[in-house]
Design a binder for this molecule. Structure first.
Ligand code: EPZ
Length: 433
């Protein structure tokens, strides 16, 4: 398994570009299942989860072209010839729980779907009961056996659905199913993330009739058929936030380009409270830091609140801030594993249930650390940039799931960082004869 070696102490200087949003690209690719015409998506990030999604769609019978050139990051998907009994297999779903995003589109388009239950993951139980409940309210018959969900419906019908909890992929899954259902649907207590809005924009380009995406109540008028479309995926707000925090913790002057500052307002306001100077442009955020940081508390909330996917990166920053920062994780029940690794680097972090109290400023020293999930690994990269010495981060395949060529991007602005592949055993010459 690949590792990163990072020597801390270099301020990040210059311009770093943000890629397309993984969490917008994944539902958008699943939306192609809703039509027999071709869907073309631009600004697709070159990350492992996209490769996994491609494999999944091909296993369902889709034709998927995926190309990354200098001028384009594009996928072209055609689902004219889907398998009669499409199945999202455990082998694929276990590597990416966002595979459940094919459930709604498949039932809506094919009348049947068999999707492996995703199981838990490092950050929490991650149930999908609200996806299932929404489909049942729309008339699907759901059975669960041998670790698989099977959903069937002659044709889904519109429904009035209230999500008991705000769920991002639950909102996306049900919105896609409702687009092809018979009649009108009203979805309440929806997720308001920009990725939900981006999906609705694509669906409406495909001929869907969706209003209200980005607010808590979404109205969908079902149509009998959807057409192909071309759509550009929004920039990745979590990658942008990660780079902004990297610039701040390194005491640099970093211009994060190709982002959408309107998607990270809560984050920018919080970093301002920490005393970080920010110059916000149309599609750039310049962070100018002398390394002097003040402690500030955060509560992770659903959008537009402070995102849970930025909690780990913020914790790394908080270790370098003067004072105590109280970090409360309200979304997932087990999302502090990065704290244990940062403590090994010298951080002073006390975990009390859903709260982590970070006392700074503590000097961080390089150590061998272990990535546990996508955003935890990003937080260890951020911490390593501020640590004295060479930090080795193992299991960086987690980070490759959602960050495009992160070591090249960070090296391009002065980070001393390299990827080391699996160390092959020294070649032993065996005497022949
Ligand atoms: C999406 O996951 C993101 N993934 C996650 O990003 C992100 O952390 C999360 O939203 C929260 O913002 C994608 O978009 C692919 P949820 P999702 O359903 O949709 C509970 C990353 O790092 N819940 O919004 O799976 C759930 O347990 C990933 O890119 C139910 O109880 O998250 C959690 O407590 C990590 N029943 C809360 O809702 C359900 O049926 C929010 O989860 C669904 C969710």
């Amino acid at each position: 398994m690949d590792k990163f070696v990072i020597r801390g102490g270099n301020p990040l200087l210059g311009t770093i570009r943000v890629s397309g949003a993984k969490n917008a690209a994944l539902p958008a690719m699943a939306a192609a299942l809703l039509t027999d015409e071709t869907v073309v998506l631009e600004n697709i990030p070159d990350v492992r989860d996209i490769q996994t999604e491609r494999k999944l769609l091909v296993s369902l019978g889709a034709e998927v072209e995926l190309g990354y050139g200098r001028a384009h990051h594009r996928t072209s998907i055609n689902c004219r010839n889907l398998n009669k009994n499409p199945e999202a297999a455990y082998e694929i779903v276990k590597t990416m729980r966002a595979s459940t995003l094919v459930l709604g589109p498949l039932v809506a388009r094919m009348g049947v779907a068999r999707v492996s239950m995703p199981g838990g993951c490092a950050i929490g139980a991650r149930p999908i009961d609200l996806h299932i409940k929404g489909l049942e309210l729309m008339g699907a018959t759901i059975t669960q056996e041998h670790g698989y969900i099977e959903a069937r419906a002659e044709r889904l019908h519109g429904a009035h659905i209230y999500f008991d909890k705000i769920t991002v992929t639950g909102t996306e899954d049900i919105m896609m199913a409702a687009a092809l259902a018979e009649g009108d649907s009203v979805l309440e207590n929806c997720a308001r993330e920009p990725e939900v809005t981006d999906l609705a924009d694509l669906l409406n380009k495909m001929g869907a009739k969706i209003e209200g995406a980005g607010a808590s109540t979404i109205k969908v008028r079902g149509v009998s058929k959807l057409r192909g479309a071309r759509h550009r995926i929004i920039p990745d707000r979590i990658e942008a936030g990660t780079f902004i925090i990297a610039g701040a913790i390194s005491g640099g002057d970093l211009n994060v380009a190709g982002c959408d500052p309107s998607h990270i307002q809560a984050m920018l306001q919080k970093l301002g409270e920490c005393g970080i100077k920010l110059r916000v442009g149309q599609d750039t955020v310049r962070v100018i830091s002398d390394g002097a940081l003040k402690a500030a508390d955060i509560n992770t909330e659903e959008y537009p609140g402070f995102p849970t996917d930025m909690q780990a990166q913020y914790m790394a920053l908080a270790t370098q801030a003067e004072g105590a920062s109280v970090i409360t994780e309200n979304i997932f029940e087990n999302r502090f594993m990065h704290a244990l690794e940062m403590a090994r680097m010298g951080a002073n972090i006390k975990i009390e249930g859903r709260r982590a109290i970070v006392r700074g400023k503590t000097p961080l020293s390089a150590a061998a650390v272990l990535a546990s999930d996508l955003r935890a690994s990003a937080s260890l990269v951020v911490a390593a940039l501020a640590a004295e010495g060479e930090t080795i981060i193992d299991r960086v395949y987690h980070i490759d799931r959602g960050y495009e060529h992160i070591e090249e991007k960070l090296r391009g602005v002065g980070a001393q960082m390299k990827r080391i592949g699996e160390m092959l055993p020294r070649k032993v010459s065996v005497p022949v004869g």
